[in-house]
Design a protein around this ligand. Structure first.
Ligand SMILES: [Zn+2]
Length: 179
């Protein structure tokens, strides 16, 4: 009898711990279990909101393929395969724990794209972070990580600001976490 109470207590503790983690790190929870957050699978490794039009689904599958190609071409193949979670609405992006960024890499396993980041540039930028960290055991300076992501994604917004002979600072157009 006592064992049963201990077991019940452990289950409650575990449930509280899991619930607490989901509250503290909603993006980690949402990218681990997108279905738990009302998302649906659009394609292999690609999740988004329910009720998308065919055109919206095509947009996502095309950008995902393009982003994966950019990463593979730059790195000579891909060692990472982050799950993509893409939102067309702010409501969706809030729900999965997103903020004001266009996109973000989550725990080196997934990439979330906001309604403002639904293109191959943003997707491949964030996927580059995941790919680099998959390949490296050591830490690299964040400026290196960001610079590489800008090159991989062929980000036109950055190259347009670069004038020959003029020092330029490298912007981070998205909120980026190391990793
Ligand atoms: Zn970045």
């Amino acid at each position: 009898m006592r064992f049963r109470w201990i077991a019940a207590g452990l289950v409650v503790l575990l449930a509280v711990a899991v619930g607490g983690l989901a509250l503290a790190y909603p993006s980690a929870a949402a990218t681990t279990c997108p279905g738990c957050y009302g998302l649906t699978r659009v394609h292999d490794g690609l999740w988004s909101e329910r009720g998308l039009t065919t055109a919206q689904k095509d947009q996502l599958t095309t950008l995902a393929a393009d982003a994966r190609r950019r990463v593979a071409e730059f790195y000579g193949g891909r060692e990472s395969d982050p799950r993509l979670v893409a939102c067309f609405t702010d409501d969706c992006y809030d729900r999965v724990g997103g903020g004001g960024e266009k996109g973000i890499a989550v725990l080196n396993r997934a990439v979330m794209l906001s309604p403002r980041g639904l293109d191959a540039v943003i997707a491949s930028h964030e996927m580059s972070h995941v790919e680099l960290h998959e390949r490296l055991d050591a830490e690299v300076p964040q400026w290196f990580d960001e610079g590489l992501a800008v090159v991989v994604s062929a980000d036109p917004a950055t190259w347009a600001n670069t004038a020959p002979g003029r020092a330029t600072t490298l912007p981070c157009p998205r909120r980026c976490r190391p990793g």
